[in-house]
Ligand binder design. Structure first.
Ligand code: AMP
Ligand code: MG
Length: 349
């Protein structure tokens, strides 16, 4: 299949974007799959009401069919077509964080607009989000559909934060890619289960626990995020994710300790990569030293994490050591993704 590429460089306001995404919106209505930028990562979108369209997402990504997708909407009123009841806390969350990197898990509507069962992997609940990106909003609006969209990468690989990451993984497998430049946050949305009395974070992301607590008081964290052997409530969290080709280990220790690990592996003839920050980049001697942002501004790390992991793949290193990050604010999401990328390989000094 030929994968079309549309470059949208004027991302000022929605009206200037419409003519540039008309082709892509038409293909979505024809049940084709289109990759598009959001403020988190690039998404792989399809008509959420069509089994045929949604199946194409799973096929292109090689995603396990029991891992449900997030439904993306462009207007708050679309929520009423998808969910049964909107609890009052959800009204407050929507008011404060939408459009934005917060996905809400709610009870799925039984009647009315019928979502494909494949979107929700046959669950009685549905994940919904309104992305904060003018191209994503324009595309969803123009398509006139709720759009199911996971990240636009091959399942298991680091999520795409640039159109060229999508091309690398999915060229020839999907109908088109809208290149709108780099994404903003760089990590996926926070997934918040709102079906019980107390909201529960199933996946940390762009909206932090602290920010959520300001709006809805107590917020719990799924036990599986804190303990490795606990079964996650979010089906997708049990799979390998975000992993570079080379084995990755997170090292909780100082730079001298990390350098000793690097040196001993290089003596064995291995090509070693180090993932560090601008503060520490001069402290290493390795085959490839990449900075993924600044320790003093963790949002820069969130933004560059996946691109950096993909760069190690491009260079073909044999193994990678990464520094660990503080787990406050966005650091919680960073360490969640990094631990998964490393298959929970942690070396402690
Ligand atoms: P992705 O589409 O790759 O950003 O991943 C979406 C995440 O949301 C995965 O971890 C899914 O398992 C999770 N998710 C989607 N729908 C539900 C749902 N109904 N209940 C719990 N988790 C969900
Ligand atoms: Mg994903």
């Amino acid at each position: 299949m030929e994968t079309k590429l549309w470059i949208v460089d004027n991302v000022g306001d929605i009206d200037t974007i419409y003519p540039q995404i008309e082709d892509a919106a038409k293909l979505l209505r024809e049940n084709q799959v289109i990759a598009f930028p959001t403020e988190t990562v690039y998404g792989l979108g399809a008509n959420a009401t069509s089994n045929i369209a949604v199946n194409k997402i799973f096929e292109a990504k090689g995603r396990p069919s029991d891992n449900p997708l997030i439904v993306h909407i462009s207007e708050k009123k679309q929520l009423h077509d998808i969910v049964e009841v909107i609890p009052s806390v959800v009204d407050k969350l929507v008011e404060k964080f939408w459009p934005g990197p917060l996905t809400l898990i709610l009870d799925k509507k039984n009647h009315g607009q019928t979502l494909s069962n494949k979107v929700t992997a046959e669950l009685s609940t549905v994940a919904v989000r309104m992305p904060d990106h003018p191209i994503a909003l324009a595309l969803i609006k123009k398509s006139g559909l709720p759009i199911a969209a996971p990240s636009a990468n091959t399942s298991g690989k680091p999520s795409p934060t640039l159109a060229r990451h999508v091309q690398h993984d999915l060229n020839g497998k999907i109908a088109g890619i809208i290149d709108g430049g780099p994404t903003g946050v760089g990590l996926e949305s926070t997934v918040l289960d709102c079906t019980g009395d107390i909201p529960v974070i199933l996946r940390p992301g762009g909206v932090t626990k602290e920010q959520l607590e300001e709006v809805c008081g107590q917020v719990d964290v799924d036990k599986a995020l804190l303990k490795e052997d606990e079964a996650p409530k979010s089906p997708g969290m049990k799979y390998t994710h975000y992993a570079p080709n080379a084995p990755l280990s997170i090292v909780k220790g100082n730079s001298e300790f990390i350098q000793e690990l690097v040196s001993s592996q290089r003596q064995l003839g291995r090509k070693v990569g180090v993932m560090t920050t601008s503060e520490n980049q001069d402290k290493y001697d390795a085959d490839l030293i990449l900075t993924c942002g600044s320790l003093s501004d963790l949002e820069t790390v969130a933004n560059q994490l996946y691109d950096t992991l993909r760069k190690f793949d491009e260079a073909g290193v044999d193994l990678i050591y990464s520094e660990a990050f503080p787990e406050d604010g966005i650091g919680q999401a960073i360490m969640n993704r990094l631990l998964k990328a490393a298959g929970h390989q942690v070396i402690i000094e």
